[in-house]
Ligand binder design. Structure first.
Ligand SMILES: Nc1ncnc2c1ncn2[C@@H]1O[C@H](COP(=O)(O)OP(=O)(O)OP(=O)(O)O)[C@@H](O)[C@H]1O
Ligand SMILES: [Mg+2]
Length: 234
């Protein structure tokens, strides 16, 4: 059974429709990527799983519909979200930003902090630093760490590499892979950077103007024109 399944999902902002008939699935323990250009609907898709948009269609976690649940209930049922960058509290410390994520924690806060510090030792060293003074890569680590503070079984990460140098992208990839391998998390990332997505994910969905234009394994989609079209335009 799929860990997460979207069935004919439509999402709306008022009368404007941002997702059209999107169907996808994520197997337990899998990392998948949603790839698409600016405005494709990537953030809307993740927001919709979190119950933060108006939708029709179905969202199932382990076969059970979650689209009637509140965002807090969705978090409590084991979904963590690292939204687009710069969603941290800039004038609070690294540690306090992590603790904000622990508000609905399903496990002990200290054990979750230990897990985050093991994955990102720098966040322990810099626990008293204000996030406003951190580099983009360090902030992305706080954002991922904060999402982990709820002990998610499913982790949604919006554009983990946006604006980051290749070396830092590599560090983020390693951390996400460890979250999957060591913590058993199932992971959905969104990306504009198709190359990064292909190094990390086992399968990709190409999103364009709110529509899934292509899907497949990395090997199936390598060199596929629809992948480049989604980014550069037809
Ligand atoms: N709060 C909102 N109100 C109205 N329209 C919105 C809202 N958020 C997003 N949209 C619209 O929905 C569409 C999809 O936006 P979304 O932010 O999901 O794209 P994205 O793929 O995440 O883009 P980016 O790569 O720039 O983050 C766009 O046309 C956008 O203008
Ligand atoms: Mg976005």
């Amino acid at each position: 059974m799929a860990f997460l399944e979207l069935k004919s999902l439509n999402a709306f902002y008022g009368k404007a429709q941002a997702l059209h008939d999107v169907s996808l699935h994520v197997k337990p323990g899998e990392i998948i990527a949603i790839v698409g250009a600016n405005g494709a609907g990537k953030s809307t898709l993740l927001d919709s799983v979190m119950g933060m948009t108006t939708t029709t269609g179905d969202i199932l976690m382990e076969g059970k519909s979650i689209n009637q649940l509140s965002t807090a209930e969705i978090v409590q049922s084991g979904v963590g979200y690292a939204p687009e960058r710069f969603n941290l509290f800039p004038y609070m410390s690294v540690r306090d930003n992590l603790l904000v994520g622990a508000y609905t924690s399903r496990e002990s806060i200290e054990s979750n902090l230990a897990i985050v510090h093991k994955l990102f030792p720098k966040l322990k060293e810099r626990q008293h630093q204000e996030t406003s003074t951190q580099s983009g890569g360090e902030r992305q680590m706080v954002s991922l760490g904060r999402a982990l503070m709820t002990s998610p079984r499913l982790l949604l990460v919006d554009e983990p590499t946006i604006g980051l140098a290749p070396k830092v992208c590599g560090e983020i990839a390693v951390a996400l892979k460890r979250m999957c391998d060591e913590l058993g998390a199932t992971i959905v990332i969104t990306e504009q950077n198709a190359n990064f997505a292909m190094t990390l994910a086992s399968r990709l969905y190409v999103l364009e103007s709110g529509v899934v234009k292509a899907e497949g394994t990395v090997d199936e989609l390598r060199g596929d024109a629809r992948l480049t079209e989604a980014y550069f335009g037809a």
